[in-house]
Design a protein around this ligand. Structure first.
Ligand SMILES: [Fe+2]
Length: 371
């Protein structure tokens, strides 16, 4: 039985961005470092997120978050934190900005090479003296605001997590911050959230509360992802997507699977996480199906489909309707890298909780099928 722990305080709802001013006060942050990216800033979403603070002349903003956060970016952001004598961190954006914010907090507490905190390091360092962190997602996907790690591409080429389950003091989830997210990003990040719910439910780890949360999340996401993609201003669809993504982030402490082990490996090359997950989900489910027939039946029931519904096809058709790529070749990925990707997937933590242990040749077959 896994340890049951749901430990991040969350403000959730339309307009809840107004809570930022209270959370800053509560956490005694007077000089925050805002961590975001240029897209969120230029779309006006950053200004919308911090509007409760009024005018803040001299605000310290790091807006150079890369699409996939890197060790270099974490160090650059930490340098900005120290140079401006900040006393807390506010991450505003998609999973990249939120993961970067968490990793910067880890590095600000106790300087050491970031790799030494990684969960792939033989003996990860404990995290101490991290400054307070407040996270405000502007996408509905990663669930990073309540997730237990920060996923970073390290200089050694590995994309992996830094386990930091207690580093976030509060998450503020306001669906109004997602209404300007473009359709393809809404779809791809939403498919990431769906993959979290599906993979963690299929993980062999025993954690019934997480299973229940995963199925509630899956239902909300599946029922609303198309509406949120085509009608971005639909507030109910945006609320449901944000709640589903939050639920996915809460429950995937139970472990993920081969969708994520492959997408971490390919993501290290710079490809978009949610898009990779969307492509891989039908193929991984097809391979896993013989080992999880009872869970496939449960998921079909949650999606209001017949017990024998062919879920890999259901998700493949959903990808088509959302306009997402059907295969890895559409991202420019070539089969020549599959042996290296298979090795990286085998070493990934998500590999350990797939319903059955894939071999190297299984991974190669899976990747070829998804090409
Ligand atoms: Fe993910």
């Amino acid at each position: 039985m896994a340890i049951l722990s749901f430990n991040t305080k969350v403000h959730f709802g339309h307009g809840e961005r107004a809570q930022l001013v209270h959370e800053l006060r509560l956490n005694r942050i007077v000089r925050p470092l805002f961590v975001t990216d240029t897209g969120v800033k230029s779309a006006g979403v950053f200004a919308q997120a911090i509007e409760s603070l009024g005018a803040i002349p001299g605000a310290v903003v790091f807006d150079q978050t890369p699409p996939n956060p890197t060790e270099d970016a974490v160090e650059a952001c930490a340098a900005t934190y120290h140079a401006n004598q900040c006393d807390g961190i506010v991450g505003i954006g998609g999973g990249a900005s939120l993961d970067l914010a968490k990793a910067v907090a880890v590095l600000c507490g106790q300087a050491a090479p970031l790799w030494e905190y990684c969960n792939r390091h033989p003996q990860p360092r404990p995290i101490t003296n991290a400054p307070p962190v407040i996270l405000m997602p502007t996408t509905s996907g990663t669930g990073s605001e309540v997730g237990r790690s920060a996923v970073i591409i390290f200089r050694n080429g590995i994309k992996a997590g830094i386990g930091c389950p207690s580093v976030v003091n509060a998450a503020i989830c306001d669906p109004d911050l997602t209404t300007q997210l473009p359709p393809l990003m809404t779809a791809a990040s939403g498919m990431d959230a769906i993959a979290h719910c599906v993979e963690t439910f299929c993980s062999p780890t025993i954690n019934p509360p997480c299973d229940a949360i995963a199925m509630d999340g899956l239902k909300r996401l599946f029922m609303n992802i198309e509406r949120a993609t085509t009608e971005g201003s639909d507030s109910h669809a945006r609320w449901s997507m944000m709640m589903g993504a939050l639920e996915g982030g809460i429950c995937f402490q139970k472990g993920l699977g081969a969708v994520h082990s492959v997408s971490h490996a390919l993501g290290a090359l710079g490809h978009h996480h949610g898009t990779l997950n969307a492509i891989m989900l039908p193929y991984v489910l097809r391979m896993n199906a013989p080992y999880i027939s009872d869970k496939m039946t449960t998921m079909a029931s949650v999606l209001r489909m017949p017990a024998d519904a062919d879920l890999p096809t259901v998700f493949a058709r959903l990808n088509q309707r959302l306009g997402l790529p059907e295969g890895l070749s559409e991202l420019g990925i070539d089969a020549s890298i599959f042996p290296v990707i298979a090795q990286a997937a085998l070493a990934d933590n998500a590999h350990k909780t797939n319903p059955y242990p894939l071999s190297e040749s299984d991974y190669i077959k899976l990747l070829q099928a998804a090409l």
